[in-house]
Design a protein around this ligand. Structure first.
Ligand SMILES: Cc1cc2nc3c(=O)[nH]c(=O)nc-3n(C[C@H](O)[C@H](O)[C@H](O)COP(=O)(O)OP(=O)(O)OC[C@H]3O[C@@H](n4cnc5c(N)ncnc54)[C@H](O)[C@@H]3O)c2cc1C
Length: 499
């Protein structure tokens, strides 16, 4: 997708005015780039750090309707479950069905009747009938370590799971196949103006150190939690309420959940969930106002305490400790603030505003990136004064060479489902600039292996030398950078002050 020399070609191609400049390489920007390129527009997308390095790689990885939003926001739920079905169909190698279990405890809310009605409605919105009830013994067969006292049984329903960072790459790859150009580590610094309208951006390429202009007929601000910063350039008022959510990643033997399970947190009744993912188990999430810098969110001790309290209540015999986790991760949701007292009461709807030629799109979910992108495409068409053909959604294409062909002798990396044979292809083809791009987003080795994969780094070094030309000095710098990022943002933590 990003063949040798692509960075220089990107800069040269941007000398000519593009139809659309997309700022932000998360799922929203990638979706917009794909829709616009599919509509025949010339598109450039820039991302200040790595693709998917914002919220789009630190989500709960669910492609879902959001059962908990059913009562408050059923239209969003309907749109989301329909998108879930489409993504299951269009990207079956990346989005897979996930059985979710909901235990029912005597005297607890929500109870059996409420869940039955809710799940029937949830299924109904997707045109399916999957949810069913299991009696206590059968429920426990699937969840043997779940607290049994007062357990009546529970429901099983169906949602879907993905690898969010790879989904972004897939969408970007599809956009590129439709003619879009995309570069990571290129930051929009200021907006360009012509005739009192936004007409592009002055950008800094952090890899080459070059500043250059990207003139554009239309600029889309898809910078998620950073959106208000770009909008300040057109005098836009602040609209976002950044909300942090954090997760633990546990080895499967520490949190053995073969299916996903959700239950209300004992302190505040917010649903929390454990999800089997890539051979490990994710447990999250929190929902807190994020007042720290946006660039490197991390789980706070108070979040670790909150998550472990739920695990102790629902899996009391496992005695899970924070330090047993392989890693932790935190992301900042770009939520539109309405002043709700509780963070978790804020709506997850998306919002699109056009201000002096700048189209800003924020909020929303990973799941709904395609309908959001189509709405943005309509705004782009209006801004360019051309009719918007309301055709079929842009297809997701299968990457030409992302993963090496499988052969039986392929060696796995540790206990993960990644294979050594995959790495040279990823390094050669997927715009890896730093070691953390490879360890945390192109693969999730840094989350799934103990100590961020320290034991495999020596074997990765020659692969980076061969594919990226890194000499010994560069490798040392990259390794130190990666280890700092991992310690700062991904080391598992026990409740109490972080060392
Ligand atoms: C903890 C958590 C759990 C979630 N769980 C789910 C879930 O299970 N399912 C679901 O559907 N949704 C989920 N979401 C929501 C979903 O992850 C987000 O809505 C979505 O990823 C937002 O994507 P985005 O592209 O708008 O923002 P981002 O992914 O944050 O992308 C914005 C990008 O813009 C870049 N940028 C900023 N400024 C500039 C600049 N000046 N120049 C260039 N680039 C710039 C940033 O670096 C960033 O990469 C979750 C979110 C969080 C945080």
């Amino acid at each position: 997708m990003w063949a040798e020399g692509w960075r220089n070609r990107f800069q040269q191609a941007c000398r000519d005015r593009v139809d659309v400049l997309v700022i932000g390489g998360g799922i929203t920007g990638a979706g917009v780039a794909l829709e616009a390129a599919h509509a025949g527009l010339s598109v450039a997308l820039i991302e200040q750090r790595d693709f998917a390095s914002g919220a789009s790689s630190w989500s709960s990885k669910l492609v879902h309707g959001g059962l908990r939003y059913l009562a408050s926001d059923w239209r969003l739920t309907r749109e989301s479950v329909r998108e879930r079905e489409r993504l299951l169909r269009d990207a079956p190698d990346l989005v897979s069905p996930l059985a979710f279990m909901l235990p029912v405890y005597r005297g607890a809310s929500p109870g059996h009747a409420k869940l039955r009605v809710g799940l029937a409605a949830y299924d109904g919105l997707a045109g399916r009938r999957d949810a069913h009830y299991l009696r206590r013994d059968e429920f426990r067969r699937h969840m043997p370590y779940l607290a049994a006292e007062r357990l009546r049984g529970g429901f099983v329903y169906r949602d879907a799971l993905t690898d969010d960072a790879r989904l972004v790459l897939r969408v970007l790859g599809s956009a590129i196949q439709h003619g879009a150009r995309a570069a990571n580590y290129v930051e929009a610094q200021t907006l360009l103006w012509a005739e009192n309208r936004v007409a592009g951006a002055r950008v800094l390429d952090h890899v080459t150190g070059d500043y250059f202009d990207i003139p554009a007929r239309c600029v889309v601000n898809a910078t998620g939690a950073w959106s208000d910063r770009i909008r300040a350039g057109v005098g836009g008022s602040e609209s976002l309420r950044p909300l942090r959510g954090s997760h633990f990643v546990f080895p499967f033997h520490v949190l053995p959940v073969a299916r996903a399970i959700s239950f209300p947190h004992p302190d505040d009744r917010r649903p929390v969930f454990a999800i089997p993912w890539r051979g490990a188990a994710i447990f999250g999430t929190t929902d807190l106002d994020h007042v720290e810098p946006l660039d490197s969110p991390r789980m706070a001790a108070v979040e670790s305490e909150y998550l472990l309290a739920a695990l102790h209540r629902y899996f009391p015999t496992l005695g899970i400790r924070g330090r047993q986790a392989l890693s932790s991760f935190a992301g900042v949701r770009p939520v539109i603030g309405s002043g709700a007292a509780r963070a978790s009461d804020e709506s997850r709807e998306s919002a699109i505003v056009s201000e002096q030629g700048l189209i800003s799109v924020t909020g929303g979910k990973l799941t709904t990136f395609r309908p959001v992108a189509r709405q943005v495409r309509e705004r782009i068409a209006a801004a360019l004064g051309r009719p918007d053909d309301d055709g079929a959604p842009a297809p997701l294409t299968v990457p030409r060479r992302a993963i090496a062909p499988r052969c039986r002798t392929d060696e796995r990396i540790g206990a993960t489902d990644y294979r050594w044979a995959d790495l040279p292809c990823i390094l050669a083809d997927e715009a890896v600039v730093h070691l953390d791009d490879l360890m945390l987003r192109r693969t999730r080795l840094g989350l799934l292996l103990a100590e961020g994969g320290r034991d495999v780094l020596d074997r990765i070094a020659p692969l980076c030398r061969d594919a990226l030309g890194w000499d010994a000095e560069r490798w040392r710098t990259e390794r130190a950078r990666y280890e700092w990022i991992w310690q700062h943002s991904h080391a598992p933590i026990e409740p109490g002050p972080r060392s």
